[in-house]
Design a protein around this ligand. Structure first.
Ligand SMILES: [Fe+2]
Ligand SMILES: [Fe+2]
Length: 413
C-alpha cells in the first residue's frame, strides 16, 4: 500500500510522465496501472467517449490475469455503453461527477443506475467496490471514464474506496485526460495526414505505407533484440516507429503537383526540389517533443541517406534547410551523412522503402521479380544500406513476404 507521501510523489511524477506518452494504447496501460497502484485495486477499465457512447477501450484485472498462462494477454471485447443514467460509467460520463460505490451488489434503491453483472458472470469475477471518475479535459469536456475496481487491504480482502482518495483521483484523472486527449489527437492527425499524402502522391498508397511500416518494425525488433534492448523499450519504440515510418514521405504534401506527377524523368532542378521532401517532412515535427516527434524527424529526414554518404539531404539544419557549417563540402553543399551518422530509424526505413518500391508496380515501371530485388539489396549492402540491417532483413524474409500478402495493392481504377 502506498503512503500519503508516496501517493503525492506518484501524482507529481505522473503529471510529467503522462505528458510524454505518445501512443494511445501505451498511455491507457500506464494510466490504469498507476491508478490501481494508488489504492491497491485488483482491476480497472478505461472507457473512451465516442459521440453519445462510451467505448470500453482498455482493461486490467489481476485476478483474471493470474488464471492465464504466463505472457498471455487478457482478451476482452470492445463493447459500448450509452451515455445515460442507466449504467454506472454512463452516469459518470453524463453528470461529470465522481462516483464511489462501496458495494456494487447493494446499490441503494434511490439511484438511477444499475450494476451490469453480465461481464462478471461470463468471466467468473466478483466486482464489489467501484470508484468511477470522469476524465475531464481542461475545457470541461468529458472524454472518457476511468473505473477502478475492488480496492484491497494488505491481506487482499476487498474493501471500499476511502473518501479521501477521491480528491487524489480527481487530480490524477485531470492529468490523465489531458494526456489522453493529446494522444487521441496525434493518432487522428496521423491517419488524416497519411490520407492527404496519398491524395497528393498516388504512389504513396495506404498499402505502401502500411507495408513499409510493418517491414520497418520487423527489422527494428530483430535489431533491438540482437543488441539486448529490454522488452519494454522495444514495445514503446515499436509503436512510435510504426507511425513515423508510415509518414516517411509526408513532406511530399509540400511539393508541387507539376513535379510530383510529372510523367517524364525529372530535370536536375526539379529533382533538387523533390529532394526537399525530406526536410519539409521533418520540419512538421520540429515543434513536438515526444518520442514520436523525434522518430518522425529521424525517418523523414534520413530515409534517403546512404551508408556511403552519397544520399540526401545530408547534414542540414532542418529549420532553414541550409548546410550545417562544419559539414559543408568544398562545393558548399551539405555533405551526405554516412554510416552511423544516419539515425537507426532512417537506415531501417531506407531498406523497407526501397524493397517495397522495387517489388511494387509504379507509374514508371513494372514490379521487379523478387530474385532481382534481393540481389540488388545484397549488392548495395555497405553502399546504399547498412550492411548489418541488410543481414537482418534477409534473416526475416518469411515475415517480410507475409506482410506483403497482408497489405496487397488495391487494383487501380
Ligand atoms: Fe522519400
Ligand atoms: Fe515510400
Amino acid at each position: 500500500m502506498l503512503t500519503e507521501r508516496e501517493k503525492l510523489d506518484t501524482l507529481l511524477r505522473l503529471s510529467v510522465e503522462l505528458g510524454y506518452s505518445k501512443d494511445l494504447d501505451i498511455l491507457m496501460e500506464h494510466i490504469l496501472t498507476e491508478a490501481r497502484r494508488f489504492v491497491n485495486a485488483d482491476a480497472g477499465s478505461i472507457y473512451l467517449k465516442d459521440h453519445e457512447t462510451l467505448i470500453f477501450s482498455y482493461t486490467q484485472n489481476d485476478t483474471l490475469q493470474r488464471r492465464l498462462p504466463p505472457n498471455e494477454k487478457l482478451a476482452y471485447a470492445n463493447f459500448t455503453v450509452p451515455i445515460d443514467q442507466n449504467s454506472i460509467a454512463g452516469f459518470v460520463a453524463k453528470t461529470g461527477t465522481i462516483l464511489n460505490i462501496p458495494d456494487a451488489l447493494r446499490l441503494p434503491a434511490t439511484v438511477p443506475y444499475h450494476f451490469n453483472r453480465s461481464f462478471d458472470e461470463k468471466v467468473g469475477y466478483s466486482t464489489r467496490s467501484i470508484l468511477t471518475i470522469p476524465l475531464n479535459t481542461a475545457q470541461g469536456d468529458v472524454i472518457g471514464v476511468l473505473q477502478i475496481i475492488n480496492a484491497q487491504d494488505e491481506n487482499g480482502n476487498v474493501i471500499a474506496f476511502l473518501p479521501e482518495d477521491e480528491l487524489m483521483f480527481i487530480h490524477f484523472a485531470n492529468t490523465a485526460a489531458m494526456a489522453l486527449e493529446r494522444a487521441k489527437l496525434t493518432r487522428d492527425l496521423i491517419l488524416r495526414t497519411i490520407k492527404m499524402a496519398e491524395m497528393r502522391d498516388p504512389q504513396e498508397t495506404g498499402a505502401h505505407v502500411n507495408r513499409v511500416a510493418s517491414y520497418t518494425i520487423e527489422i527494428y525488433e530483430r535489431w533491438a533484440r540482437k543488441k539486448g534492448s529490454d522488452e519494454k523499450e522495444i514495445k514503446e519504440k515499436r509503436d512510435v516507429l510504426r507511425m513515423a515510418a508510415m509518414l516517411h514521405d509526408v513532406g511530399k504534401v509540400a511539393i508541387s503537383d507539376v513535379i510530383l506527377k510529372k510523367p517524364a524523368k525529372l530535370m536536375d532542378e526539379e529533382y533538387n526540389i523533390m529532394k526537399q521532401h525530406t526536410i519539409l517532412g521533418a520540419r512538421l515535427f520540429l515543434d513536438g517533443h515526444s518520442d514520436f516527434d523525434r522518430a518522425a524527424i529521424d525517418v523523414s529526414l534520413n530515409h534517403h541517406e546512404r551508408w556511403d554518404g552519397k544520399g540526401y539531404p545530408g547534414h542540414v539544419n532542418v529549420q532553414t534547410g541550409s548546410p550545417i557549417a562544419d559539414y559543408a563540402g568544398p562545393d558548399g553543399q551539405a555533405r551526405g551523412k554516412t554510416c552511423d551518422e544516419i539515425p537507426l530509424f532512417g537506415r531501417i526505413v531506407a531498406i523497407a522503402d526501397v524493397y517495397d518500391a522495387l517489388t511494387s508496380v509504379r507509374a514508371y515501371k513494372e514490379a521487379w521479380d523478387e530474385k532481382r530485388v534481393l540481389e540488388t539489396l545484397a549488392e548495395n549492402a555497405a553502399k546504399q544500406f547498412d550492411p548489418e540491417l541488410i543481414e537482418i532483413f534477409f534473416s526475416c524474409l518469411d515475415f517480410i513476404h507475409n506482410i506483403k500478402q497482408r497489405y496487397p495493392e488495391k487494383p487501380h481504377l
